[in-house]
Design a binder for this molecule. Structure first.
Ligand SMILES: NC(=O)c1ccc[n+]([C@@H]2O[C@H](COP(=O)([O-])OP(=O)(O)OC[C@H]3O[C@@H](n4cnc5c(N)ncnc54)[C@H](O)[C@@H]3O)[C@@H](O)[C@H]2O)c1
Length: 291
């Protein structure tokens, strides 16, 4: 761990690789101490080393997010070794894709357990620290597949469930200064999408090309620092694919919050202060509604 004392502690699940690792690195770069949680503690080593090398603070924690005892132990360890967590990113995920007639009960239950039960267990374990602090941010990974995707009845149901779960957390916890938001990426190049390409018997390049042909901006996303932006929203919002893709590329996403209903505070502030978004642009019906 680094010598400086970061002011906030974050937990990122499924952070040994992919989107979770990028999120952990971004939070650490922003000055938070980060618990890198994944199934195998050893697998977290490269993410933790990268954070340490960049001068940040990180702790590798092995835990299965779907196991209540392991989640409790993980959070207790984080409290002791880093401090009370007030930022949680529910990112851990698995795929067990299959057409409905071939999908087994195990395919269904595994996906529900990791995505939904995992987000529930971690959020429940961490919320008391956020309530004590009077401040907290919970960000959970949904997916554009929440609206339905062939071969993903289990995954689509779980990711849609994440959105209902998130809205409910926002309603219950907002009064304690805690926001809950979901991010719903489209196609992001990670081991998860590589595994899907392998499952359907396609070369990854061809698979990515086919996916990109369905994406309006014409490019796939790549894991990149991201977590702080949705955490600034008022709560209960869900940012979908194109916004993630734009920021994953490293360019400014402009005001992704214009899509929040109602628009989040940051968007309203920017318009009100006569910033770029408020000058020289025709007011939209969302501007009018937000006043
Ligand atoms: N890659 C995409 O295109 C995409 C799109 C939309 C949403 N998502 C979501 O983003 C999240 C991250 O996806 P990714 O592409 O980085 O996936 P990934 O497969 O690269 O990483 C997922 C991580 O979760 C960990 N994990 C799995 N089961 C776990 C468990 N029971 N306990 C703890 N950790 C566990 C894995 O070990 C792995 O490190 C997932 O929730 C996924 O559903 C991904």
């Amino acid at each position: 761990m680094s010598q400086s004392a970061p002011s906030r502690v974050a937990i990122v699940t499924g952070a040994a690789r992919g989107i979770g690792e990028a999120t952990a690195r971004k939070l650490a770069a922003d000055g938070l101490a980060v618990a890198v949680v994944d199934l195998d503690e050893g697998a977290c080593a490269s993410a933790v080393t990268a954070i340490h090398d960049a001068g940040g603070t990180a702790l590798a924690v092995g835990a299965d997010v779907s196991d209540a005892a392991q989640v409790t132990a993980a959070v207790e360890r984080v409290v002791v070794e880093l401090g009370a967590p007030t930022v949680l990113v529910n990112n851990a995920g698995v795929l067990r894709d299959n057409l409905l007639f071939k999908m087994t009960e195990d395919d269904w239950e595994t996906v529900m357990a990791v995505h939904l039960r995992g987000a529930f267990l971690f959020s429940r374990a961490v919320q008391k620290h956020m309530v004590d602090a009077g401040w907290g941010r919970i960000v959970s990974l949904s997916s554009t597949s929440a609206l339905g995707n062939r071969g993903q009845a289990n995954y689509a149901a779980a990711k849609a469930g994440i959105q209902g779960f998130t809205k409910t957390l926002a309603i219950e916890l907002g009064r304690f200064g805690i926001t809950a938001n979901a991010v719903a990426p489209g196609f992001i190049v990670t081991d998860m999408t590589a595994a899907t390409a392998a499952r359907v018997g396609m070369e990854f390049a061809d698979f990515e090309k086919a996916a990109v042909s369905q994406i309006p901006v014409g490019r796939a996303g790549r894991p990149a620092p991201r977590a702080s932006r949705p955490a600034t929203c008022r709560g209960g919002a869900c940012l979908r694919g194109p916004e993630w893709s734009r920021s994953a590329r490293g360019s400014s996403p402009g005001c992704v919050r214009r899509r929040c209903r109602p628009p989040c505070r940051a968007a309203t502030r920017r318009r009100g202060s006569g910033g770029r978004a408020g000058r020289g642009r025709r007011r939209t019906r969302w501007d009018r509604r937000s006043r």
